[in-house]
Design a binder for this molecule. Structure first.
Ligand SMILES: *[C@@H]1O[C@H](CO)[C@@H](O)[C@H](O)[C@H]1NC(C)=O
Ligand SMILES: *[C@@H]1O[C@H](CO)[C@@H](O)[C@H](O)[C@H]1NC(C)=O
Ligand SMILES: *[C@@H]1O[C@H](CO)[C@@H](O)[C@H](O)[C@H]1NC(C)=O
Length: 421
């Protein structure tokens, strides 16, 4: 670098620090590094930015856990008035046994970090157990959220602060926080209406990830704690669970007995299954994978959730596979799929997931309840990052479009209200 180049960089470092409270703005238009000011009529707030080029930018309003080093995303999102939200970084350090100084320092460093990456706020996702009687820690957690919001309002006006909470306030996974204080401290609570089978208290069988009646029950329970619907965003899953079944046949058998896998002192839980993003569910039930025998996709009316059974002729330990790592081999032809093969030889699996239909049902419920919004965990579970893979599966691309359409229904309501006024 030439000496004059060094000077420019130095001057910029000084000037930019003044102008933007930290790092230079990577966008052509430096205003795109300021916090987004839009107040959306309804939030479509969800997680993950990996496949952001495929998102519907007319629908999304906030992306949490967005990639902090993707400057193209930053400029694109802000141009569309979409907020980018960072994860609260180990907030427990500031409220579990933490001193006053630790809390002050946590808030200061969080605000400084958000300024340096030009983000629009932070979401708290502390999920460890807390005793219902530990009001001291409960109070400190809410205090940390409150101070963060106040500091951001001062330093980066327009910023948003949210707290992720379980599907119900009643000691889910032994989490007893002060929900009302958290709601008062933050802009809203993101109600995670998924992983609802984390503690199965009835029969040890595969069940839906996000049954609508549980979601409704939880939301009502929060409202009965005097948390207004405008402080609640309904979190919906773009992933499901695949369980290995005992003694289930491939046909249309709805009952899939699963092995016990305890979670926080309950013997049976969804830990027995594995989480699959929607796109992998789609590949199986749409018959895109050779050597996989699939039942039809069924609809469970009571829980408003779809499911199917399947087995893979090459499957020995499918359950160990994480996202994107299915071990199906394409060498087998569908004709090798035979109903005579029984689970003694190859385990039958049952998949419970969320489809555009089940998501739409929950979005309509959120709309009817007057909630502040909806949004998925996680946006990027719909489509692969790889454009070639998307092209190879037009059906998957259509399905992704339907998911976005379902999320967008949260705002169609106020369009109607607006014209009705
Ligand atoms: C985040 O963005 C950077 C820069 O574009 C990219 O190199 C990286 O792979 C991204 N990370 C993830 C997890 O998507
Ligand atoms: C906080 O303090 C309690 C009791 O003093 C202790 O049992 C616990 O391990 C501490 N937690 C952390 C995160 O330091
Ligand atoms: C599955 O069937 C076998 C043979 O009938 C039986 O011994 C076993 O207990 C069954 N397992 C479960 C979990 O139902």
């Amino acid at each position: 670098m030439s000496p004059s180049g060094v000077l420019v960089v130095l001057l910029c470092a000084l000037w930019c620090e003044k102008a933007f409270g930290g790092a230079p703005c990577p966008c052509k238009d430096s205003r795109l590094c300021e916090p987004v000011q839009r107040v959306p009529s309804k939030e479509v707030f969800g997680f993950g930015s990996a496949s952001w080029r495929q998102y519907d930018w007319d629908v999304v309003t906030t992306i949490a856990w967005a990639n902090e080093s993707d400057t193209e995303l930053l400029c694109h999102a802000h141009k569309h008035n979409v907020r980018l939200i960072s994860a609260a970084n180990r907030p427990e350090k500031a409220f579990l046994n933490g001193s006053e100084a630790a809390m002050v320092e946590w808030v200061r460093s969080t605000v400084a970090r958000l300024s340096s990456i030009h983000f629009d706020g932070v979401t708290f996702d502390y999920e460890a157990p807390m005793d219902p009687t530990d009001t001291h820690t409960q109070m400190k957690y809410a205090e940390l959220v409150k101070r963060t919001k106040e500091a951001l309002a001062k330093e980066r006006p327009g910023s948003q602060v949210s707290v992720c909470v379980p599907w119900s306030p009643y000691d889910i996974d032994q989490r007893s926080y002060d929900w009302r204080a958290l709601a008062d401290a933050a802009d809203f609570l993101y109600v995670m209406a998924y992983d609802i089978q984390s503690q199965i208290l009835s029969r040890c069988i595969a069940q839906p990830n996000s049954p609508i009646e549980a979601a409704r029950y939880g939301l009502n329970a929060y409202m009965r704690l005097s948390i207004p619907p405008s402080s609640l965003v309904l979190g919906v899953p773009f992933y499901g669970y695949v369980y290995g079944c005992f003694n289930t046949t491939i046909g249309d058998t709805p009952i899939c007995a699963i092995e016990e896998d305890p979670f926080r002192s309950v013997a049976c839980s969804d830990a027995a299954g594995s989480q699959w993003p929607f796109r992998d569910m789609y590949r199986v039930y749409s018959g895109e994978l050779a050597g996989v025998c699939v039942s039809g996709v069924h609809w469970d009316e009571a829980t408003q959730s779809p499911w199917f059974n399947f087995y893979s002729l090459t499957d020995t330990k499918l359950q160990q596979q994480g996202e994107n790592k299915m071990m199906f081999r394409r060498s087998l032809t569908p004709s090798s799929c035979s109903a005579t093969i029984q689970p003694q030889h190859i385990p039958v699996r049952q998949a419970w997931f969320d489809s555009p239909r089940s998501i739409r049902a929950k979005v309509r419920m959120a709309k009817d309840m007057g909630l502040r919004g909806v949004g998925p965990f996680a946006f990027d579970q719909l489509l692969p990052r790889d454009g070639a893979q998307i092209k190879a599966s037009p059906g998957l691309k259509d399905a992704a479009g339907e998911f976005w359409g379902a999320l967008g229904e949260i705002r169609q309501a106020d369009a109607m209200t607006a014209t009705g006024q």
